[in-house]
Design a protein around this ligand. Sequence first.
Ligand code: NAP
Ligand code: ZN
Length: 363
Amino acid sequence: MWYYFMPTKIYFGEKCVEQNKDVLKSLGKKALILTGKRSSKENGSLDDLLRVLSQIGTDYEIFDEVEENPTFSLIRSVLSEYKEASFDFIIGLGGGSPMDSAKAVAVLMKNRELKVEDLYDVSKYTEALPICAIPTTAGTGSEVTQYSVLTDDQGFKRGFSHPVVTFPKLAFLDPRYTLNMSQSLTRSTGLDALCHAVEGFLSRRATPISDLYAKKSIELIAENLPKVLQKPDELEARANMLLASCLAGMVISQTSTTVAHALGYPLTTFKNIRHGDATAAFLDAIVEQAVLEVPEKVGFVKSVLGEVSAFLKRVGLDVKVPINEEELELWIARVKNAPHLQWTRGSFTEDLIKYLYERVRIH
Ligand code: NAP
Ligand code: ZN
């Protein structure tokens, strides 16, 4: 038995926001834009959006202080800043951080009595303000997923999702916005997309439709990630990476991520390693563990990428962090209890988890 649901309207291509003003207009008369401090001002995406909003007569406010890896307290501060205001819809403009923040704010503004913690109990809400997502990185696929990953008050990354209302209604994917990503951001976001595609493909929750998207995504990344790292200005390769990221997002919208994500989270929140790099550091183990259960799928991955560890080395991934004993114990305990393990193939024993953290540890 399988099931497919992905309700986001996707518009893809240069100037797609401007060319589809009417769809944006249909979301309402007043928007709250969530974005980061700098990049959306530098890559032209904020200017484009504001121009279009003015043309269609939609009012807006801009909250431009979304930081990487958004926290519970960031979401609380958005809510308190706009306590008195009301909006018809929320726009997340930027990387995964502003898009994920938009999802949290969309639920909490529609359900003002809820706290951030309540986002994790889907029995508490059935509605959210409509969400429009405009990615400027090619990695998270958050524009087409129901997930939002926030950092809790203890510093742990925790994803929440609602099966329906946290999916963006609209996604505008304009590859021009991704052109000026730095090399390290290009790599880490591209590897995040690769992890979504490979983890979803090998997941016990994979479906025939998610597999189609996953295979195409893996092929696009194998060909285009090395290209954009070498020639960052090539729009066609950037567009292929944005498409790959979107397809990989559609994969995890069906399968969710697997234990590589759970393993990577503490490296991001406690050691400042970017999300995609932190996750990819464990991707080869996901592939090796799956070989007994789905050898033909592992064969496909290797036929496209070659050995995963060699591909990662080729694109320059090198994750090494100091980890003390206390951290190691705590992280292992969290991964052992991560829900991702239920649908990750193979057997991630305590010894294997420890070995994988030892591999990225500076001694
Ligand atoms: P991000 O955290 O949104 O942004 C990282 C950095 O990239 C920021 O400094 C941002 O600058 C900059 N940036 C964004 N677009 C840029 C551009 N076009 N050119 C130059 N710099 C740019 O990065 P991300 O990797 O896209 O998102 C990671 C977050 O998404 C993590 O919190 C992760 O857990 C989450 N995630 C969510 C899902 C999901 O399904 N919802 C999936 C995977 C990951 P500014 O701050 O100035 O904008
Ligand atoms: Zn991810």
